[in-house]
Design a protein around this ligand. Sequence first.
Ligand SMILES: *Cc1c(COP(=O)(O)O)cnc(C)c1O
Length: 370
Amino acid sequence: MVELVPLVRQFQSMKQDILQAVADTIDSGKFILGPNVGRLESEISAYLGVSHAIGVANGTDALVLTLDAYGIGPGDEVITTPFTFFASAEAVSRVGAVPVFVDIDPQTYCMDPSRIEEKITSATRAIIPVHLFGQPADMNEIMHIADKHGLVVIEDACQAFGSEYRGKRVGSIGHAACFSFFPTKNLSSIGDGGLIATSDDHIAQRIRQLRQHGSQKKYFHSEIGYNSRLDELHAAILLIALPKIDEWNKERMRLATRYQEALRDISYISIEQGPQDRTHIYHLFCIRSERRDQVQDALIHGEIQCGVYYPCPLHLQDAYASLNYKLGAFPVAERMSQQLLALPMSPFLLESEQNQVIDILIRLKGEMTP
Ligand SMILES: *Cc1c(COP(=O)(O)O)cnc(C)c1O
């Protein structure tokens, strides 16, 4: 079986260092907001080129706390994409605001900036672009629209740690940015974790307070907050992974090029080439096919794991029935939910495994009737 993401292999490669980190954490007696979280925050803020990085419990909380810190809540609208993991919109609803969707660009699968302005109302407060599958959204256009209308931009960079847009790391472009360290993300730990990046001193201070029950001084609470901290243990593990992230992302890009070259002449598959002004760090590598289900069946039959991201766009989710979006509201997102298929991708994927995937897709060419 070729796995979609060989996670065991990834963490086994660091097992000795991780076990040492666990032992060191036990011996330190510092389990919550200790030196590892502090060191990780300063290393990530330096890596991204922002003034503040704040570790929290997970990527979803990173979005919730950021929205809360900006005072976004009931009566407010936040523009985002319907083609993303549910949490991008769930966080908006969690703070009491309403997610307003705009369709995606068929080349990048990220929010289409030309669709944003028609959705801006007097209630709009923020835009959450998602750097989907590891490829940055059109940040120049989005920042330009946000500036013009006085909106906050919160990057959902959960899938894109280390990717760049016009020479800048994602996470350093919007007013704030959210990352996830969920095990399958490019930079990850063996549990949940998240982080907010911002260069806004005031917002950073608010988020630091919110993650600790609205408290700056122990047992004194200036507001209602959350319990949402990154564990010392996960920070220790992330400190082991962080120095490897550029090399890992490079290996993902190398494997992506290998897929692209090998699959170029297969007519039933298309693969989007992203714009040249940004890097794609392939959190997921997706092919597109009008016969996606047939391709998926052939891969599963050949013992290849593959994945559908995402089978149901957010405007059609049961949880959002009350928003009254109809089928057809976002045709590009709807089409991609029918056509995209993620192939195995990881810096720990072997070339021999990738060759098995490629061979099946090439062999399938003969079986596909035009
Ligand atoms: C993973 C992910 C999240 C949520 O992160 P968690 O750490 O799982 O809470 C949010 N947005 C996107 C785009 C994601 O991929």
